[in-house]
Design a protein. Structure first.
Length: 169
């Protein structure tokens, strides 16, 4: 945390597409630093695809210097194979953060939605609207996965601020 500025990396992991969002908070105001997606080559092995996620996130961490990370938890899926792949992507993302010494906070999707919109079952377009509003962006052009990652980062900043105000650890 340099100059009272907190930089957080938000992650929405997926084996095909992993969304990321880097947000900086200064004096209680969040601003966008970077956002985007990491697309893994579908014609490669799962191990190679997880390596792409790990390497790209390591590069992003080095480039932007976040001091904390926040990641979306795996939701329960009807398809065990999909849940397993999602868990592997989360593992690759968490490992990239751990290797760089970043503490990683985990949030349920419903917690992120409730934090930003006020309703845990809010649709993605409402969450995206609030993400843009919180960051002061009038016409966002980012992908849905990037928007979800930014939502996780903003949720983390809000939760962090609330813990500080209430003295909770």
């Amino acid at each position: 945390m340099a100059d009272g500025c907190l930089v957080v990396l938000g992650l929405d992991p997926g084996s095909r597409v992993t969304g990321y969002g880097v947000v900086r908070e200064l004096s209680g105001r969040a601003e966008l630093v970077d956002t985007g997606t990491i697309r893994t080559p579908l014609n490669r092995s799962m191990a190679a695809r997880m390596g792409v996620i790990f390497e790209r996130l390591t590069e992003l961490i080095e480039a932007h210097g976040p001091v904390e990370a926040a990641i979306e938890n795996v939701f329960v899926s009807r398809n065990p194979s999909s849940a397993l792949k999602l868990g592997q992507a989360r593992g690759a993302a968490m490992a990239a953060c751990a290797v760089r010494g970043l503490p990683v906070a985990e949030y349920e999707p419903s917690k992120v939605k409730k934090n930003l919109v006020g309703v845990g079952s809010a649709p993605k377009d409402q969450v995206a609207f609030m993400v843009a509003h919180c960051l002061g962006i009038k016409k966002p052009s980012w992908a849905e996965d990037a928007s979800d990652a930014l939502a996780v980062a903003i949720c983390h900043l809000n939760e962090r601020r609330m813990r500080k105000l209430t003295g909770a650890s």
